[in-house]
Design a binder for this molecule. Sequence first.
Ligand SMILES: Cc1cc2nc3c(=O)[nH]c(=O)nc-3n(C[C@H](O)[C@H](O)[C@H](O)COP(=O)(O)OP(=O)(O)OC[C@H]3O[C@@H](n4cnc5c(N)ncnc54)[C@H](O)[C@@H]3O)c2cc1C
Length: 710
Amino acid sequence: MTGQVAVGLEQPHIVIVGSGFAGFHCAWRLSASLRRHRARATITMISPIDYLLYTPLLPEVAGGVIDPRLVAIPLADTLPRVRLVRGYVDAVDIAARTLAFRDQEATTRQLGWDRLVLTPGSITRLHDIPGLADNARGLKSIAQALYLRDHILEQFELARADTDPDRAAARRTVVVVGSSYSGTELIGQLCAMAQTAARRFGFAPEDLRLILVERSGRMMPEIGPTLAARAERQLRGRGVQIRTGVTLTNVAPDHVDLSDGTRIGTCTVAWVAGVSASPLIHTLGLDTLHGRLRVEPDLHVPDTTGVFAAGDAAAVPDLTTSGDITAPTAQHAIRQGAVLADNVMATLTGAAARPYRHRNLGTVVDLGPGFAVANPLNVQLSGHLAKAVTRGYHLYAIPRAGNRWAVGMAYLADLMFSRQLVSLGLAPSSIARFAASETFEFADNQSARCNPTTNRPPNERTKTMTPQQQSDSADNWPLPAEPKVLVFDVNETLIDFESMTPLFERVLGDGRALREWLGHLIMYSMTATLSGLYVDYFTLGPGLLKMVGDIHGVTISEKDAALIKEGMLTMPAHPDVKKGLTLLRDKGFRLVTLTNSPPTPGGPTPLEHAGLKEFFEDHQYSIEACRVYKPAAAVYHYVAQEEGVPPSSCMMVAAHVWDTVGAQAAGYSSALITRPGNAPLHVPGLPQPNVIVADLEALGHELVGPGVNA
Ligand SMILES: Cc1cc2nc3c(=O)[nH]c(=O)nc-3n(C[C@H](O)[C@H](O)[C@H](O)COP(=O)(O)OP(=O)(O)OC[C@H]3O[C@@H](n4cnc5c(N)ncnc54)[C@H](O)[C@@H]3O)c2cc1C
């Protein structure tokens, strides 16, 4: 964004849509491949979430065995050389080589690409059944898994106090629709959780009802009749009712109607009856097969140049069976991701593309305490051995050591202790709805409400990323969103620390001791935070003056020590500040401050002294609220939260690199103001400021205001 930061993308731009199994494994392999070949290309991954969701463990999240955090593999950790953009792609212009996406605040932006990898996966397939979308929930996201767990526990709790016996029975009844491996795993896990909960709430075993509904005549076709029969026996033995050959005809808040005319009272319906390709696929105007985007065996999309697709969204020919397409499984998506990477790479190096070919290695299905079925390499296993194979497989397949360890610990805890039954209430019903959770149609999106631009017509909300935004910063630091809130550091950034030089000249005989004292102030504030302690700046400052005095062999009087606090409160503004702030305010930015100094209740604040209060009014924040000093991430998150915006909407404006680094690590963008005595820090691995300017006036000229097309 500044003359000092690189401009324009001069290397091929590969954009991957979706951070699921196919997209993740493509990005992973592609970035390694680029390094190995010393090829230059920018990889951008665009996804509404900042993690890879390890879906096979969602039933265990719903069943309360695994903490939801553990199934989210953070992209920033695992794909350090990939630019990550949070957004939901709504449209792709194949001819113009651009795509349009919505960010978290529903602002539409455009992104250009040279190679496009489409891996947006699938959504739950909903049938035209009255009440289904409103009253049932799926299992495709963390929100949905968490919701199911919380909701069942809440319903049990309510059942205890409900005086209407029919409604109480409905609250104790769980219906799962769909008996593929994921539906069967879900009912197995919910059954185990419900039985533990029932003991806690004092219900008799027969008071609980868990019902699995399957339209076709058979369960788990993926695993073969022998293992499916064993799984069915196991579930029935635990009291699960299995109703095959029927489906739902109506879903109400307190009951469902089945196609055989029966009515089941229930307040919990989980719909896990198949998937269909992401809605994005149907907007492309390209050829589809069974609703999935048709691709060649090498995953290239026909009639396009440089466009590839794979995973659940694509109809990938299965070369191991004639005329079929590969099943929508993670097993295929992972391996297709690797082929995508190789074939995108081939377009850069001129190598030949290779076709996708993979023979099914088997399926593992965890059915709760002490039981699983699995057919690795066609060996039929059930019971404890299958359980060990299933859990061992997941621990092997989770692509991040930290998550793997944590899941291993959760498994251990599951063996040693009873399930932890808590209803966190973090996933309200609205967020777990199919549309909100799977296609990000947030009717009640908090952050969207906070964005002043979201009430404008859609065309006014469209922004194109500037070349600078798309450009490769020094170390591939994640691409920041266009800032809306400018968060100003106060000391030295807005007000002039050098004004205290005469004090240091007088008491220490050398004005340069000011910088020495300031260095100590920064170091000891960070020392306090890293040690878990807190003393405020106005206590730290005089103490440090005495310490610097001791170092210089000068005794500092109490009176002089007290003067430092007065000096810190009464510094004047830098001469460029008022003009710069006026410019930025006029461009529509929200201006706030975040200072390491404590508030001064009753007395005038440093900003009032400096005549700057009018720019900030009620938007002056102190780290005192968190009792940790900058650059701790907590304080930057605190400000974003108070302002009702995500960190990516905030830009830290500071004269100190430690502040810009901390803010960027917390998800902000940053601007460095190179006040005298301050300069950029060019160290690989640390984020570079997005803007580097000499003063606030220059910043005002540099930034384009919110709502203005860049
Ligand atoms: C509960 C459950 C259990 C499962 N268990 C197993 C199992 O045990 N074994 C197995 O092999 N398979 C299993 N699967 C299937 C497996 O999860 C999928 O086949 C696999 O995730 C498909 O990978 P993908 O990359 O195509 O899509 P996904 O993994 O679904 O990823 C799609 C990504 O694209 C993003 N996205 C979607 N739309 C857009 C858009 N418009 N713009 C930008 N980003 C978008 C999504 O947020 C997501 O990050 C299970 C699925 C579920 C739901």
